[in-house]
Unconditional design. Sequence first.
Length: 129
Amino acid sequence: MKITTADLNYLRKKKPIQKSEERIFVKPHFKPFAGNKTEMRYAQHLGFMKHGGAILAYVFQPFGMKLADKTYYHPDFLVVTPDCLEIHEVKARGKSGWSSMRDDANVKIKVASKLFPWFRFVLVHIDND
């Protein structure tokens, strides 16, 4: 495609875009997997489930959910199943059998499940080897 003199003259006469007319572009961010070993093991498990057709897709830490002023819950995984959207929270279980879940995380999951009833919340405990 050649640019003619008429095209150049047209571009020179064109008014600059006003601020109200500017388009806003959202730059997608694809960050590498930054989870811990337990979350990495569970991501592998989800990958096998996706390959087998049990789930359609999954995303690691897709978004933050605002629970109150200055209080957010960042789920570990969003899992898309054929019938619903699930939020999976992954916690390691120590040799004693107790979960590594803190009290504030427990409360955040319970509050999020009440505020966002269209998600199915799943708490996953994985044994540390």
